[in-house]
Design a protein around this ligand. Sequence first.
Ligand SMILES: Cc1ncc(C[n+]2csc(CCOP(=O)(O)OP(=O)(O)O)c2C)c(N)n1
Ligand SMILES: [Mg+2]
Length: 541
Amino acid sequence: MQRMTGGQAVISALKAEGVEHVFGISGTHNTPLFDGAYGEPDIHVVTVRHEQGAAMMAAGYARASGKIAACFVVPGPGLTNALTGMGMAYSESTPLLMFAGQNNLAQLGREGEHFHELPNSLAVAGSLSGYAQRVSTPDAIPRAVREAMRAMRCRRPRPAYIEIPLDVQSGEAEIEVLAPEKFSRPAGDPAGIARAAAALASAKRPFIFAGGGVASAEASQPLARVAELLGAPVVTSVFGRGVISDRHPLALGDGWGRLNAYDELLAQADIVLVVGSRIDTVSDVNLGARFPARMVQVDLDPLVVGQRRPVEVGIVGDAAAVLESMAEKLDDGKKRECWFDVAGFRQRKRALMAERTGPVLQLIDELRAALPDDTIFVNDLTLVGYWMPLLLETYQPRTLIHAGTYGTLGYALPAAIGAKIACPKQPVVAISGDGGFMFTLQELATAVAQKLDLIVLLFNDNAFGAIRTYQDRMFRGRRIGSDLVNPDFVKLGEAFGINAARVEPMQLGATVRRALADGGVWLIEIPFAPEGQATMVPWMP
Ligand SMILES: Cc1ncc(C[n+]2csc(CCOP(=O)(O)OP(=O)(O)O)c2C)c(N)n1
Ligand SMILES: [Mg+2]
């Protein structure tokens, strides 16, 4: 037991859980939380420039590293600003620990029009969280943090939310700091795993569909082992990119969209193992409807198993644990030959993509060649970003962070900042359009303050380009509200004191190499407005 304030209790609990970073903005309603971190060498406070940035940074941090970061925001506007980032994290099954201040206990629930009052804030935040609680005494704080951690670690990861009234933050009490706990996830029902292994082994032409759950469970190795034992090609969702290296002979990459590039695989496959994926709409617009009728599904979330279509065998469990047990069952000392011509398919797919995406593929190839294998790319919703999961060769898990199904503009820069803070040794590249960049550009100041090495690519067509194309296609060229008047982005970068350049697409590789060598924050604007079918993003009908 130690005597401390509620704010200090939060910091002690975070330290005990191994949390190292807090993203946030202070105000009168959360200063005791910030004060708790005063002089604490193990907790790094990152001041952001808008709360949506805080949540997106924490999300990028978790997706790049698997580590959990906290956010501190004021109630009312601080929380509502953070909601878009929380929505993003919720839809991508990403953990983050959001703390909001609150008015004093006695003022709550009365519609008293107190400062920062947001009626039903718990319900508001709770709708985007896997755990939401208000604490009413300082000594309840360690338990709430522990419960939040349990929810994020043991169940499908989601944001967690803890709300602390001001008098609880500054109140003192004798507080017990809880010792760290080893969290465990369900390892899957052994009988189900045996049936799944038998079903997969009995089929002649299996394939695997692997999602973000494989990355969060750090299950790349057992995934490759199961694939090799079955001779099964592996397709990933956009969230699963990198869980199997594109250099692996069984890796097919991702690429469903609306392109139907996988028709030849689907026409022949007789069973599918879906692991760590809800079969999301960005990865497969058909939501798995065209998968083989025989399906084995492994997921940590019981609601996901069988959600899209009936399963022959469903297993609720951690992807790493289940795939390891499955590999044990399948292992008869031999690897099976793959029934599908993966190399030939990849060549045909690349030729199709070259024809279809032309200059976009060239750009992405340039980028890949200029950057090391462990570079983390973070995509916004922009032409080049949409194509990244399909076109970028990806070699490691967590290195391609694609904006989630929530689909907000402005995600790339803050999520990239979070990724860089979590993984300082890896190069990080944000990919934005002129429209999306302007949603969160103020976080350039955060990148500067944190002295980051960061490359921001801004593809400028002076438009909400995808929407303009959509209007051209679906509304017979009746363009409205999709052209943009932009600032001079190079001057804007200079005003932030960062390196800024405007380069033609052909110079991108050289410029990125230079940015990597020189370090610091780089804003590289690429005027880019291709014509014709290259503007047709993968999701467009
Ligand atoms: C918060 C939010 N508002 C609106 C949209 C709708 N939207 C999707 S793409 C897009 C255009 C983005 O323009 P830009 O970032 O310049 O990329 P481009 O399509 O030009 O490559 C818009 C407005 C959205 N996804 N998110
Ligand atoms: Mg644009």
